[in-house]
Design a protein around this ligand. Structure first.
Ligand code: B1M
Length: 216
């Protein structure tokens, strides 16, 4: 198989033997982020499709996710860092209550950290209390919530309600992302019920441009 195909297959098959060597070869011809975006994420997409259609069982999805994480960790030191920019602002990042998916959230962490933001990544399955507490404790400028389950889109709505109820809605602009969300849901439904500022980020790069806008 050609290199790109082989790397994609490694994600789909959850095969990590020889992963680093293939990543090294890929790094000779293109930037680390392009490898993630153009090849590895494609592989994860196929995993999602196979799992969704019952052609792949959960333990294999987990293996694919592990290979994905290993690959991203290997590539991370090669990613472009914007050294001139730092201290642009601080964001608390979390995957919402009941949701364990964190590959996307961790990519957002990498992109924001490499571009001048302080990221307080508090992990997965975080209830809104813990998110608000972290924001207060670290004096964050914004809150970012990730969630991939359809259920998580409902949790996000409850979280925004809780922020409004606790009077911190206008203190922290909120960024939301994850596969089950849609722009319309965030910008129409959630925005109309939230007393603060809430944005939808389709991917980590939109997360970065939104942070740049929010902090401007
Ligand atoms: Co799960 N899973 N999973 N899973 N999993 C999905 C989400 C699913 C769509 C698969 C499917 O059925 N086709 C489905 C959800 C269906 C639904 O809700 N209707 C699903 C399911 C059902 C489940 C379980 C319930 C399965 C079970 O137990 N029977 C279970 C849930 C556990 C739980 O959360 N309580 C489960 C478990 C798992 C694994 C543990 C095996 C593993 C996760 C490992 C891990 O993350 N550490 C896993 C995986 C890998 C997936 C799929 C296949 C891939 C997700 C992924 O990492 N994508 C996924 C299929 C899919 O998403 N279509 C699926 C790559 C990642 C980079 O994309 O996170 O979307 P994503 O991030 C993107 C953007 O969304 C955005 O930026 C990133 C790109 O730049 N983004 C943000 C994300 N967060 C952001 C935050 C921002 C800004 C942008 O600002 C704050």
């Amino acid at each position: 198989l050609p290199l790109d195909e082989r790397l994609k297959r490694r994600i789909i098959d959850g095969e990590r033997n020889g992963l680093e060597a293939d990543l090294d070869s890929a790094l000779e011809t293109r930037p680390a982020l392009a490898i993630v975006n153009d090849i590895l994420l494609d592989g994860m997409k196929v995993v999602g499709e196979l799992f969704g259609s019952g052609q792949m069982q959960l333990p294999f999805v987990l293996q694919s996710a592990e290979v994905m994480k290993t690959a991203v960790a290997y590539l991370e030191p090669h990613m472009e860092k914007n050294e001139d920019e730092s201290g642009k602002g601080k964001i608390v990042l979390a995957t919402v209550k009941g949701d364990v998916h964190d590959i996307g959230k961790n990519l957002v962490d990498i992109i924001l950290s490499n571009n001048g933001y302080d990221v307080v990544n508090i992990g997965i399955k975080q209830p809104i209390n813990a998110i608000i507490e972290a924001a207060e404790q670290h004096r964050a400028d914004a809150i970012g919530m990730s969630g991939l389950l359809v259920k998580s889109t409902v949790i996000m709505k409850e979280n925004l309600q809780e922020m409004s109820d606790r009077g911190v809605a206008d203190k922290y602009p909120v960024l939301l992302g994850g596969a089950a969300l849609t722009r319309a849901y965030v910008e129409d439904d959630l925005r109309s019920m939230f007393a603060g500022d809430v944005h939808y980020a389709r991917d980590a790069f939109e997360g970065l441009s939104l942070m740049d806008r929010v902090m401007a």
